[in-house]
Ligand binder design. Sequence first.
Ligand code: HEM
Length: 516
Amino acid sequence: MISAEFQNYFISILICFSTLFCLFYFFFKKPNVNFDLPPSPPSMPVIGHLHLLLSSLIHKSFQKISSKHGPLLHLRVLNIPIVLVSSASVANEIFKAHDLNISSRGLPAIDESLFFGSTGFFSAPHGDYWKFMKKLIVTMLLGPQAIERSRAVRAEELERFYFDLLDKATKKETVEIRKEAMKFTNNSTCKMILGRRCSEENGEGERVRGLITESIASTRKVLIATLLRKPLEKLGIPLFKKEIMEFSGRYNEVLERFLAEHEEELEKHHDHHQGMDLMGVLLEVKRDENAEYKITRDDIKSLFVELFLGGTDTSKQTIQWTMAEIINSPKTVERLREEMDSVVEKSRLIQETDLPNLPYLQAVVKEGLRLYPPVPIIGRRLQKGCEMGGFYVSEKATLILNGYAIMRDPNHWEDPDEFKPERFLASSKIAEQEEEVREQVLKYLTFGSGRRGCPGSNLAHIFLGTAIGMMVQCFDWRIKGDKVNMEESLSGMVLTMAHPLKCTPVPRLCSFPVRH
Ligand code: HEM
């Protein structure tokens, strides 16, 4: 639910300025309506379809209007055109024919913010800076070789995750899965990008995780401020600037500390490049006069904010959702254990090199990501007007892909709302039928697609496979009541459980080594 305060704030802004907008409206450039635009559902005077963006479950509101009015819709917020896509075949056409045209995300909400501002990699237009950083991120962090180099770091964090749960199990404590999962994803990410995890002794870890959760909760405001930036700028209103800059300031404080530590290290060992973490490498690139691209301190900080967010929160949500489905399905638990017990020796924890031999576990992860995509809607900006699905879509229109609706489209998925991991097993009947249509449609959109698709998807699959695998391999999970309540909620723009999953671990295999 959107907070009452947020709604009131919005309603008062709208009342104050709707009169002004009525006057100004005709002076703004209207979208080109001479072409056949996609159909448009009924809208409100002046604000257009803004109310849909304010609904508590945006992805569901979009899904509902698409099922009524069509899979390709033209919406508008004030005079800003939005194209809403909810069909796998149109998504396929878009990424095949227009990937470059949609490879930017438009102007950010607040330029000077480190949190989704103009120095970020996420908001960077498709161009030299983005290409330079993408290459760096892939070679240093997210590409196959980089992932292999950092394997030991994640193995250590997985073991720590296991021992933390074992401690709780011994004390018969109830755990909140999202909190435990976040420690694992955040510590692993921090160690990979910063060379160390956030300290638990001085409260640093708690503070960073709290900042990530709070700032994620404000991403809907960021989205609205991004969409309305242009018209409100003309009226001198930087929407939600104070709140966005407050998060930026808090991230700045944390990151300046890490930067100072790294700079000190670099001063001490300036000839020692081996084993440098991502922050060290970026600082070196920043100092390098001959580097292909001159990066700034803010570029580094903004990228780290995005890696904190990308590496921590999304994976945590999927671990929570998938564990909830697993707990609700004893058949799935049985099959997962059967597979794991035959592949992983009983005397050791699952490790990431086991994953290729655990197809059912991988199918469970994919199914969790399909039903509950942490980022249910994906936004892009069109550079040029073009034809899409038989309609004309105007230049600078915002493109919204409703991945949630596409991945539950009954035309492309059998029993779309059911948790059925078998659909992803190569040997299954459904998988065979699905392979046939895979060529014509793009129906799996959890990580987006094309040039701007998520570069962290391989790493995410590893986090999810090992964490969920370990939790099923080593523990039984007791809940209050018979079934976990699967009601959805949005934290900002991230799909989360309305009732966080709380359960008690009971050790299942007890022959692992004790904590050193
Ligand atoms: C379950 C886990 C994850 C999900 C569901 C997810 C989802 C997404 C989605 C939907 C996008 C936008 C894609 C598009 O516009 O087509 C994205 C972008 C991005 N993700 Fe992820 N992500 C996950 C994990 C990660 C991880 C682990 C990292 C890195 C540590 C990461 C880093 C990024 C970055 C840097 C971008 C921006 C890419 C660009 O603009 O070029 N993500 N992610």
